[in-house]
Design a protein around this ligand. Structure first.
Ligand SMILES: C[S@@+](CC[C@H](N)C(=O)[O-])C[C@H]1O[C@@H](n2cnc3c(N)ncnc32)[C@H](O)[C@@H]1O
Length: 272
């Protein structure tokens, strides 16, 4: 299968997820609007004060994470390949009263620098569930470096590549660790945010690509980024394995009597 056909199929799938995700308990959009929540504590602790900074969120989905940074005082731009997601993000910005400090752009990550017309930012932000949708990590790193001003930083919290390579209910490696041209095909009905939404999401194939940790780090370094932080976590933000225990909001941890493997990771790097 051509990579472009796989990316098109993914775009159509993500378009279909938007209405499902907007009403899901997982995203709890109404609660987020009501409570005025900002970024997650671990993100704010790592990035520090963002007031007055310009931030671009790559793969922003319908903009909830993007707009959380606007609440913290940043001027935000969200970019996503899904037109439905971008429309929903602009609508959410209005509903949250944040439209004046937020804009949203529909484009593939691989074309981000061109789509932004050469604009540069203080922060590139990427949140969970992003890199595996991209066929080529070197292209991604080139865009990240091209979007940053000198001294600008990327903050990434994503699924760990080991977790991407494992089966769903045990610790057997069944998918590639290293990036391969051939995608991993998934025909699961529903989505991570609502497994019951099988009417809207009946199991059309989606296509993902894993990228090893060294490939991710090396891609950034080779595009002029300096690694500041790389933290592998034994927790993640969703029920990745049946044995994980929910410990507070968006935190699923490994119980003490279970073998610990990295489930997510945080990376920060600075453009020289
Ligand atoms: C898991 S979601 C984003 C996660 C975000 N942390 C959230 O929960 O809102 C992944 C997003 O990546 C977008 N996406 C997938 N492939 C893309 C590509 N090639 N370029 C830009 N966006 C892409 C999808 O449309 C989707 O909105």
């Amino acid at each position: 299968m051509e990579i472009s056909a796989a990316v098109d199929a993914n775009r159509a799938w993500w378009d279909s997820t938007v209405s499902v995700h907007l009403r899901s308990d997982f995203y709890d959009v109404e609660g987020w609007l009501r409570q005025g929540r900002g970024p997650r504590a671990h993100e704010s602790e790592t990035l520090g004060d963002v007031a007055g900074l310009e931030l671009i969120h790559l793969q922003c989905h319908f903009g909830k994470d993007t707009l959380s940074w606007a609440r913290a005082g940043a001027r935000v731009t969200g970019l996503d390949i899904s037109p439905q997601a971008i429309d929903a993000a602009a609508d959410l910005a209005e509903r949250a009263g944040l439209a004046e400090r937020a804009d949203f752009v529909c484009a593939p990550v691989d074309e981000a620098v061109t789509a932004l017309g050469g604009r540069t930012f203080d922060i590139v932000y990427v949140s969970l569930g992003a890199l595996s949708w991209l066929p080529n990590i070197d292209n991604w790193a080139r865009q990240v470096a091209g979007l940053l001003r000198p001294g600008g930083r990327i903050f990434l919290h994503d699924v760990h590549p080991l977790s991407e390579a494992l089966a769903d209910d045990d610790l057997t490696v069944i998918y590639p660790w290293f990036e391969e041209a051939r995608p991993i095909v998934d025909t699961m009905a529903g989505s991570y945010a609502d497994m019951t939404a099988t009417d809207v999401l009946p199991g059309e194939p989606t296509y993902t690509w894993n990228h090893g940790m060294g490939e991710i780090v090396q891609a950034l370094i080779s595009h002029g980024m300096r690694l500041d932080l790389l933290d592998e976590h034994d927790w993640t933000s969703f029920q990745r394995f049946p044995w994980l225990i929910e410990e507070g909001e968006e935190k699923f941890v490994t119980p003490s009597d279970h073998l610990r493997v990295p489930l997510s990771f945080t990376l920060m790097a600075t453009k020289a």
